[in-house]
Ligand binder design. Structure first.
Ligand code: AP5
Length: 213
């Protein structure tokens, strides 16, 4: 299965992608995670990307497309993947189509997480991520067993820099302007599946699993 998880920031794409990827044995390819790993490793890509990410802007297409092209060429992605947070612009969607087409492949489904602004604000303001393994928590919805500590690896939970209120507002604006048009793009391609993302994790898991199995 070659899947794309599409949707606004904070809709729950990463949370569901981790669950479905583990269950179905697919690699979870999050461009946000890959870019943050580059920032942490202080690579040239990380240095350039952080200038955009800190403001809630999109990283230029050429950088992200090259990064994804390399990642999906790795052996574990040979028979499928979940792309989370990519594509985010029409040029990225066209580049993805072309890179798959040239390998004789195609996408199977694009799952669009449809969430209200209210849900997004609540989810992003309470999000905490593990500084060690990247596990995602929420202070109220999905809290860790011990406050501020990851259940999986025991490392400290932190708040993402781009989850501060002003940056979230800009990310939503950027989503509406640059990414939301992909809903229509993939509808026309006959690949779009809409899910109401305002539900709890278990309900969403069942909905998504049903669509992709
Ligand atoms: P990225 O990391 O991809 O951020 P995003 O798309 O804005 O998505 P988020 O990670 O914020 O949200 P999510 O939908 O994964 O929600 P989550 O599962 O964490 O990108 C960051 C930046 O990198 C971008 O702004 C851009 O600069 C750059 N970038 C990345 N990809 C790019 C690209 N292709 N092109 C250009 N630039 C790119 O959940 C959110 C919270 O809600 C969590 O606390 C979670 O615990 C909770 N939650 C999740 N599901 C539920 C539920 N069902 N019920 C209750 N709570 C829930």
């Amino acid at each position: 299965m070659r899947l794309v998880f599409l949707g606004p920031p904070g809709a729950g794409k990463g949370t569901l992608a981790k669950i479905i990827a583990k269950k179905d044995g697919l690699p979870h390819i999050s461009t946000g995670d890959l870019l943050r790993a580059n920032i942490q490793a202080k690579t040239d890509l990380g240095k350039e990307a952080s200038q955009y990410m800190d403001k809630g802007e999109l990283v230029p297409d050429r950088l992200v497309v090259e990064m994804v092209q390399k990642r999906i060429a790795e052996a574990d992605a040979e028979n499928g993947f979940i792309l989370d947070g990519f594509p985010r612009t029409e040029p990225q969607a066209k580049a993805l189509k072309e890179m798959l087409r040239s390998a004789g492949k195609d996408l199977d489904r694009v799952v669009n997480f449809d969430a209200s602004d209210e849900t997004i604000i609540i989810r992003l303001s309470g999000r905490r991520i593990c500084s060690g393994c990247g596990e995602i928590y929420h202070t109220k919805n999905i809290p860790p067993k011990a406050e501020g500590i990851c259940d999986r690896c025991g490392k400290q939970l932190i708040q993402r820099k781009d989850d501060e209120e002003a940056t979230v507002r800009n990310r939503l604006e950027v989503y509406r302007r640059q990414t939301a048009p992909l809903i229509e793009f993939y509808r026309k391609e006959g690949l779009l599946e809409n899910i109401p993302a305002d539900k709890d994790v278990k309900e969403l898991e069942a909905l998504v699993q049903n669509l992709v199995s």
